[in-house]
Write a protein that binds this ligand. Structure first.
Ligand SMILES: Nc1ncnc2c1ncn2[C@@H]1O[C@H](COP(=O)(O)OP(=O)(O)OP(=O)(O)O)[C@@H](O)[C@H]1O
Length: 237
């Protein structure tokens, strides 16, 4: 008997008032990373938020390991095993790096504060710095670390490289690849096609609130006409 996929989203609809934003999104993913790309305003953030229970869906369902999680409140979705790194990072300005990590870290989890410091030496160097004193890249690493310390089965990340310098983007890509290898599932929403294709081979394109295309990284990178059709100018950025 085939086992349940790690995450399955089936026919998900979301409205903001009378505005219909998700039009029956359907996807499945396992422990191999999956990237979702798409132009601005296509519904990628809304999809992340609907999976997390942060916006209500009006039809369809979300399952984690076969268990229905749609309709649950966000903290229960997190407790069920989905870590979320929202767009814009959101670290506390007055808490130090170490305080951020110790707030959520548990001594017996697979990801511990010590493992985080080993994975992100930069955070170890900055452990006494407050959130306000961190660079954008360091804040992103802290946001990812916080999500990992909850020992999730799946991480949902919304544009983790947005606004970062290229050298920092490279480091974040390395970290995402390591997460992919560690057995934690990864659903990555990205505007940066290079990042998306470096992190995952499987790529979905969202257009007008639907998954319009599922393809592999090489096909998308090699087919300019396909990129133009689904991603327009942002694909060349
Ligand atoms: N809280 C909200 N209330 C009303 N409309 C919203 C709200 N949030 C998003 N929208 C609209 O829903 C649509 C999808 O937005 P969403 O942020 O999900 O897209 P996106 O693909 O993540 O875009 P971006 O890459 O720019 O973040 C857009 O038209 C947006 O204006």
């Amino acid at each position: 008997m085939a086992s349940d996929p790690l995450l399955s989203v089936d026919g998900l609809h979301v409205y903001y008032g009378s505005s219909h934003v998700l039009h029956g999104v359907t996807l499945e993913t396992g422990t191999a990373p999956l990237s979702i790309v798409g132009r601005n305003g296509m519904g990628k953030t809304t999809l992340c938020q609907a999976i997390m229970g942060l916006v209500p869906s009006s039809g369809g369902e979300v399952r984690l390991g076969g268990e229905r999680i749609s309709g649950r409140r966000a903290f229960k979705v997190a407790r069920a095993g989905i870590g979320y790194v929202p767009q814009g990072r959101r670290v506390f300005r007055s808490l130090s790096v170490d305080e951020h990590l110790r707030l959520v870290g548990k001594p017996d989890g697979e990801w511990t504060v010590e493992r985080i410091y080993g994975t992100f030496p930069r955070l170890a160097e900055r452990r006494r710095n407050g959130g306000a004193a961190l660079s954008g890249g360091e804040q992103q690493m802290l946001a990812i670390s916080r999500a990992l310390l909850l020992n999730p089965r799946l991480l949902v990340m919304d544009e983790p490289t947005e606004g970062l310098a290229p050298v920092i983007v490279e480091h974040v890509v390395e970290v995402l690849r390591e997460i992919g290898r560690s057995g934690v599932g990864l659903l990555l929403v990205e505007q940066n096609l290079t990042v998306a294709t470096e992190v995952s081979d499987r790529i979905m394109v969202m257009m007008n609130g639907e998954i319009a295309l599922e393809t592999d990284a090489a096909t998308l990178l090699n087919d300019r006409a396909l990129r133009n059709r689904y991603l327009g100018v942002s694909a060349e950025a």
